[in-house]
Design a protein around this ligand. Structure first.
Ligand SMILES: CSCCC(=O)C(=O)COP(=O)(O)O
Ligand SMILES: [Zn+2]
Length: 202
């Protein structure tokens, strides 16, 4: 786990990285880290994530209440739902790439299957390309409790991966620490881009 000073630096750095990829446009996205004392560091709502300073990270308690008077991300409840469901999770990232959002709009079902990619091995617990996983898709809502109720039971199913899409909105990914969360987001985004490239050749 992590102290707030370290978490703030991680959050600033990950915002720059995701924005550099084009996955955090126009204030979109939010990031969080589980802290040693049981509270959570999270991005302040409405800030451009590529231009964060340490002052744009804040602390909330496990109920999402601000601990320092700042306004937390509008999606804080989704981060906290993941920390509740997975006690080993230390960091949660949310990106808004055009590829991931485009995929979520192009497919009509409640998930998208990723099969045969060597990149699957970037996901925790997968040791071969000869695997098939489902990236769950949940409908968007402005009510975080509705999204949480629609997705969390699916994340607890055997074989679930540490990521999901919100339709027409963006991607969530998480890990034991920030490095693992970054790897999950990067791997899923890469596989989505590869699937789109494959379709363009057909
Ligand atoms: C233009 S982004 C719309 C809100 C959103 O989806 C997002 O990820 C950022 O919201 P936050 O309150 O965390 O800044
Ligand atoms: Zn969002």
């Amino acid at each position: 786990m992590t102290d707030f000073t370290t978490a703030r630096d991680q959050i600033v750095a990950v915002g720059r990285w995701l924005d550099g990829k084009g996955w955090a446009p126009a204030t979109s996205g939010n990031y969080s880290v589980r802290l040693d004392d049981g509270s959570f560091a999270v991005t302040v709502s409405g800030r451009h994530k590529g231009r964060l300073t340490p002052d744009d990270a804040m602390r909330v308690d496990a109920a999402g209440e601000s601990l320092d008077g700042k306004r937390p991300s509008a999606e804080t409840a989704l981060h906290l739902a993941l920390y509740r469901a997975f006690p080993d999770v230390g960091a949660v990232l949310h990106s808004h790439s055009p590829a991931a959002v485009g995929l979520s709009r192009a497919v009509t079902g409640d998930g998208y299957t990723l099969t045969g990619h060597e990149m699957l091995k970037a996901l925790p617990g997968i040791a071969t390309h000869d695997a098939s996983v489902i990236l769950p898709i949940v409908e968007n809502s402005q009510d975080m409790a509705v999204i949480d109720a629609g997705i969390t039971p699916r994340l607890l199913e055997p074989g679930a991966i540490p990521a999901y899409l919100i339709r027409s909105h963006g991607l969530y990914g998480w890990g034991r620490d920030m490095a693992e969360a970054e790897r999950v987001i990067e791997a899923i985004e890469w596989m989505i881009a590869a699937e789109l490239a494959e379709r363009s050749f057909r």
